[in-house]
Design a protein. Structure first.
Length: 164
């Protein structure tokens, strides 16, 4: 609980620090490359370029991390959370009939082989569902890489050409 609040405070602080560094770098670059008359307009342009670079880079990094996590879920999907014993107890509890006082009237007869086969099928379906979810996440993550990356490259080239 405490670590979540620390992380919630640290992430915006880190973003502000990185943004400040970008603004400082843009200001120093604008001071070097522009004359006194055009310094204001040039600085705003450079700050804008660096802000675009920062945002698109963060989007691309976030998409890359999400893609890696999705690939990990495809290769090794998370395991099913319910054990066979818990599954069996749940099935028995669902089929047991109770009176008005909450006492069991009858206990169901459950075939162990059918129950085990059903449990294995549920586990298999859960793994397949997790893999499908991971593929969906992977496709969405590639969107977070493919869309901002050309914008990043475009503005990076624009900054390089303005330096020369």
């Amino acid at each position: 609980m405490i670590s979540m609040s620390i992380a919630a405070l640290f992430i915006p602080f880190l973003i502000l620090v990185l943004l400040g560094i970008c603004l400082f770098m843009a200001g120093s670059y604008a001071r070097k490359t522009t004359s006194d008359k055009n310094r204001g307009a040039g600085m705003i342009r450079v700050v804008y370029y660096y802000l675009i670079l920062f945002m698109t880079l963060m989007m691309t990094i976030g998409g890359s991390v999400a893609a890696f996590m999705a690939i990990a879920d495809i290769v090794s999907p998370p395991s099913y959370y319910q054990s066979y014993t818990e599954y069996k107890e749940m099935k028995i509890a669902n089929k047991t009939k109770y009176d008005d006082n909450g006492k069991p009237i009858s206990t169901p007869e459950i075939d162990e082989d059918d129950l085990l086969r059903e449990y294995d099928m549920v586990v298999k379906q859960d793994k397949e569902r997790n893999k499908e979810r991971a593929w969906n996440t992977l496709i969405k993550s590639f969107g977070w890489i493919v869309i901002p990356l050309p914008i990043f490259i475009f503005y990076q080239r624009k900054i390089r050409s303005s330096k020369e």
